[in-house]
Design a protein around this ligand. Structure first.
Ligand code: SF4
Length: 328
């Protein structure tokens, strides 16, 4: 590890004290507030995540409040934030902690990792930020800072973790972890690093190259293209919706969809309808699946429910909008 570049602890912590964004879970790093922020921010940008965090924390100021609430209510509040497995795991976790005596979030990272939806990163973040346990976090921001400080194109996770463990300030683990992540999020950003104001510029090898942004090498996202149909069956009572299953949208409600480009006839026959009208097309991308759907609509005399009464995904909101049946 001797030949590697390390950020100066005092300089980075001083920069963090003066420049970090003011966030409610930083002002009050209570374990539930921090845990909630970590779940929400796993795949969501800060501005949006902060909005969701406030909404969720206001409704569920303690983990017990969530544990006694139905999943449906959590999903409704999470609606639009995406990656719904996080909301399902959060609810499951709240029930698990709520059933313990006393119902408290553990401080030990290995105990935290046994809870639903918590991996090594989230466990280390909660343990260090809320409890001051000296464990180093490695997330995408830390990976980028490491890669650039050392001018390594494709670092292995194990080597980043070793480096992070080595440079951790054990007396201020929470601040230290947050300072590295904050640097990656606000200064050493993926496309436009602000090297001129970077507090660890003098330690950085990537800055000596012509283009620091080539570190780390970006990993190509592999996406599956799905061509299919969405069927909006509408009546004066609402639209036909059912609860979805599966990892991505499980727990949310949605209109009938087929992922088979030739599956429209089968879908119509299942719902016993004929001759729906084509009303539009939508393209909606999830992280690994790109949906290209033809949207069909048919009006019937009765049946269905209000789409505002159940949690639905952005994909279904867009389908309903395309069919002229959107509700907010
Ligand atoms: S000098 Fe530039 S590339 Fe290096 S760590 Fe700082 S912001 Fe990132």
């Amino acid at each position: 590890m001797e030949d590697q570049g390390y950020p100066s602890q005092s300089r980075l912590l001083e920069w963090y004290e003066q420049n970090s964004r003011s966030l409610p879970w930083r002002e009050n790093p209570d374990p539930w507030a921090v845990l909630l922020s970590e779940f929400i921010l796993q795949q969501t940008k800060m501005e949006v995540g902060l909005r969701y965090w406030k909404k969720m924390y206001e409704r569920f100021p303690t983990i017990q409040e969530m544990s006694i609430s139905p999943l449906e209510e959590v999903m409704l509040l999470w609606q639009g934030c995406g990656y719904y497995a996080r909301a399902r795991n959060l609810h499951k976790l709240s029930i698990e902690i709520g059933s313990r005596t006393p119902p408290i979030i553990p401080s030990n990272p290995s105990e935290l990792e046994k809870l639903p939806g918590i991996g090594p990163y989230t466990a280390a973040a909660i343990a260090s930020i809320s409890f001051g346990i000296p464990v180093a976090v490695v997330d995408g921001n830390v990976r980028r800072v490491y890669s650039r400080l050392n001018a390594i194109l494709d670092p292995k996770n194990s080597e980043i973790q070793k480096w992070a463990d080595f440079c951790l300030d054990k007396d201020r683990a929470g601040d230290w972890n947050q300072s590295l992540m904050e640097l990656g999020a606000t200064v050493c950003t993926p496309r436009a690093p602000k090297c001129d104001i970077c507090p660890i510029l003098s330690n950085c090898k990537a800055k000596l190259t012509e283009n620091p942004t080539k570190f780390p090498m970006s990993k190509r996202r592999v996406s599956t293209k799905i061509q299919g149909h969405a069927l909006v069956i509408s009546s004066p009572e609402g639209v036909v919706l059912s609860q979805r299953e599966g990892n991505q949208l499980g727990g949310l409600w949605g209109v009938p969809i087929t992922e088979d480009p030739n599956g429209l006839r089968g879908l119509c026959s299942y719902y016993q309808i004929e001759s729906p009208e084509k009303v539009g097309e939508i393209h909606h991308a999830f992280s690994h699946r790109d949906f290209h759907l033809q949207v069909w609509r048919i009006n019937v005399l009765k049946g269905g429910i209000s789409s505002a009464s159940v949690p639905i995904s952005r994909l279904d909101q867009r389908i309903l909008e395309a069919a002229g049946c959107g509700e907010s």
